[in-house]
Design a protein around this ligand. Structure first.
Ligand code: MLT
Length: 207
């Protein structure tokens, strides 16, 4: 059953899962997406998992996002901090409301960037994160306790939005803070490929 709610501060979909052994997924869409964008992906990569999928509250023109940016890849860090805590609060409220353990974030692009920010600012909000085409969210990130937190980072070797050095820097930053990072660079652009789906499915089956 799919339900859409606006009364926890974010328009979102919650889809209860049939498999209690699966951790819930927090699905975070890219720029211009919405709460329905990643539902089919979530069902495919983690069959039976509960899905919690909010819509980003910031509008760039008509395109929903999770935080403001000044230009492509140049973030309004004050807004990012505020929006990260807002999303962290939403996760806590949704967990209480739906009776969920901490979710694993599956974020794409802008959604992956706020998931990386959640890891750094609200590490207890997530059981782990799969970051698809993510960038380093802060120029001078403060240390965070990510001891043992599983993180999958999937980057595209041909990605025009995220330079390879940037995703490598994010992997190093998360690992330095103790996260158990697996990073793979794929022969892909900014969009997802079949290889992403396969790697994500395998990784989720292990976490
Ligand atoms: C961002 O703004 O988060 C990145 O530039 C990725 C994007 O959404 O295009």
């Amino acid at each position: 059953m799919t339900q859409t709610h606006a009364d926890t501060g974010f328009v979102h979909v919650f889809e209860p899962g049939a498999d209690p052994a699966r951790k819930p997924l927090l699905l975070l869409h890219g720029t211009g997406g919405d709460e329905r964008d990643l539902l089919a992906l979530g069902r495919a990569v983690a069959p039976g998992a509960s899905l919690l999928s909010p819509r980003g509250k910031v509008l760039e023109g008509t395109a929903p996002r999770f935080f403001r940016r000044l230009a492509e890849g140049v973030f309004d860090e004050q807004d990012l901090i505020r929006r990260t805590h807002e999303l962290g609060d939403f996760i806590e409220q949704a967990r209480a409301r739906y009776g969920l353990p901490a979710p694993i974030a599956v974020g794409f692009s802008n959604g992956a960037n706020i998931a990386a920010s959640l890891l750094l600012l609200r590490p207890q909000a997530l059981a782990g994160a799969a970051l698809l085409r993510a960038m380093t969210p802060f120029r001078h990130p403060a240390p965070a306790d990510l001891a043992g937190k599983p993180v999958l980072l999937l980057s595209g070797l041909l990605d025009p939005v995220v330079p390879a050095a940037d995703s490598a820097g994010l992997a190093a930053l998360l690992a330095k803070n103790g996260a158990a990072v697996e990073q793979r660079s794929l022969p892909a652009g900014h969009g997802l490929s079949q290889a992403d789906i396969g790697l994500l499915t395998d990784w989720l089956a292990r976490h």
